[in-house]
Design a binder for this molecule. Structure first.
Ligand code: SF4
Ligand code: SF4
Ligand code: FES
Length: 246
């Protein structure tokens, strides 16, 4: 374990823990946009910037990407320089995405007023890449970034309904802005221009996955009778009955 200081609080962490994780373990909040638990970190938004002092040198780093490797690291999460760096990031994002609730909340906290240029159409995507990484993590890779600069966007290949998509909703669940929408109706789920059959749990009657999602996980949708929650409950019931010798 290594002892570091975050906002004058002593914190012990394992080598390699990021400054962001260390701060969270000590109950110190750092705002983030592109980082998400369970996804590979990318360090694309820079909102999580903090000041670190190491061997007498102070610099601004991205806390989600910066590993703690030495005893005595000093971290400051709320200095004028940090707040100014966050305001800069927020201004750029909010000028293009003034309607994203997550940005509105952060802008109000950091005193940023969106200033949308006349020729820019407001939108919701902040190019954080969470959706792309979530889809990659599932092993489906149905989404990617296309274009450069202002034109950069998340899209399926060739802007067509993605053949590799299994309708799992992971991309929509991790999107911080609500940019990715889907619909469920009459036993079907539609997302990214594709429509999937939903599989209903025999026990709770909830639609819990798409048939493609189950196939992708190596399960035959015809035999997957119970959702994960009911399967767990059924298993616990079996164990209880077994213990009673029934
Ligand atoms: S719904 Fe489709 S695009 Fe979204 S994460 Fe799942 S497989 Fe990827
Ligand atoms: S669609 Fe959502 S998750 Fe994907 S890059 Fe845009 S804001 Fe991020
Ligand atoms: S949350 Fe760290 S760079 Fe985006």
């Amino acid at each position: 374990m290594i002892e570091i200081t975050i906002d004058e609080k002593k914190v012990s962490v394992e080598t390699g823990t990021t400054v962001l994780e260390a701060a969270r373990s000590a109950g110190i909040e750092i705002p983030t946009l592109c980082a998400h638990e369970g996804l590979v970190r990318e360090g694309s938004c820079r909102l999580c910037s903090v000041e670190v002092t190491e061997r007498g040198k102070t610099k601004l780093v991205m806390s989600c990407m910066y590993p703690v490797t030495r005893e005595g690291l000093e971290v400051r999460t709320d200095t004028d320089r940090v707040r100014s760096a966050r305001r800069f990031v927020l201004q750029m994002l909010a000028d293009r995405n003034p309607k994203a609730p997550v940005l509105q909340a952060l802008c109000s906290r950091y005193g940023v007023v969106p200033n949308v240029p006349e020729n820019v159409e407001p939108e919701l995507c902040i190019r954080c890449g969470r959706c792309v990484r979530a889809c990659e993590t599932n092993g489906t890779s149905a989404l990617s970034f296309a274009g450069r600069g202002w034109e950069r966007e998340v899209t399926p290949p060739f802007h067509e309904a993605p053949g590799d998509c299994v309708g799992c909703l992971s991309c929509a669940e991790v999107c911080p802005t609500g940019r990715i929408t889907w619909e469920e109706k009459d036993g079907k789920r539609s997302i990214w221009g594709r429509t999937f059959d939903l599989v209903v749990c025999d026990r709770c009657r909830e639609a819990y996955a798409t048939a493609e999602q189950l196939r992708h996980a190596g399960t035959d949708p015809e035999t997957a009778r119970l959702c994960p929650r009911c399967r767990k409950t059924a298993q616990q019931e079996r164990i209880r009955l077994g213990n009673r010798g029934v």
